[in-house]
Design a protein around this ligand. Sequence first.
Ligand SMILES: [Zn+2]
Length: 63
Amino acid sequence: MARNRYPGTCYCCGKKVPTGYGHFERYKGGWRIKCVKCASGRVVRDSDKEVKRAIRLREEKYD
Ligand SMILES: [Zn+2]
């Protein structure tokens, strides 16, 4: 599953999910976010390479 490039709210626990701290999935024609904690129980940190990659992908998207 890909990490979220944009911040949002976890549909499971309702917490805010910063870029890279969750996964996104297709839902009813849109997207929804599930935080990594709900998905796998892992604790995510800013230093995680998955977080850095999601932030980099988000920035590359600007044009
Ligand atoms: Zn959650």
